[in-house]
Design a protein around this ligand. Sequence first.
Ligand SMILES: Cc1cc2nc3c(=O)[nH]c(=O)nc-3n(C[C@H](O)[C@H](O)[C@H](O)COP(=O)(O)O)c2cc1C
Length: 152
Amino acid sequence: MKVIAFNASSRKDGNTATLINHVFDELKKEGIETELFQLAGKNLIDCQACMKCSENRDKKCSITNDEMNRYIEAMLSADGIILGSPVYFSTISSNMSSLIDRAGFVSRSNDDMLKRKVGVSVVAVRRAGALPTFHAMNNFFFISQMGGPGFF
Ligand SMILES: Cc1cc2nc3c(=O)[nH]c(=O)nc-3n(C[C@H](O)[C@H](O)[C@H](O)COP(=O)(O)O)c2cc1C
């Protein structure tokens, strides 16, 4: 079994990474394989609403000059997905927003290819805005027909 995580902070190995690694520690105790993708510096562009993913239905985003398709492939092969974001102005970071919109639309366009995987959100917050940030990431799981840790 494998669980992957995305750290969408602009700071590699910052607070969001620390929190994700706490979750990984527990998973490793259960013999679950883990892999962390750090999005700092990856500059994922936003969904262009080109709708090519729903025309092509090839489980890929049509934008190929960044690492999104590598992340989508990793999501497909994982059993569980952790989304981690710091709070930026009471919501998710822009890299997390691009990840959700583009991977989410590819999944929707391919018969909800992520359905029945398990998803968990992790939020690093200084003071305020944790709940809308948590909610924004959880919506990716709900819309993708995924479940929480007690799902199975
Ligand atoms: C652009 C920006 C906006 C932020 N907005 C908020 C905010 O609205 N509420 C808050 O509590 N913290 C806010 N923070 C602080 C970060 O969420 C907090 O320091 C977090 O722990 C950083 O995680 P990281 O080390 O993984 O980047 C903001 C930080 C940045 C850089």
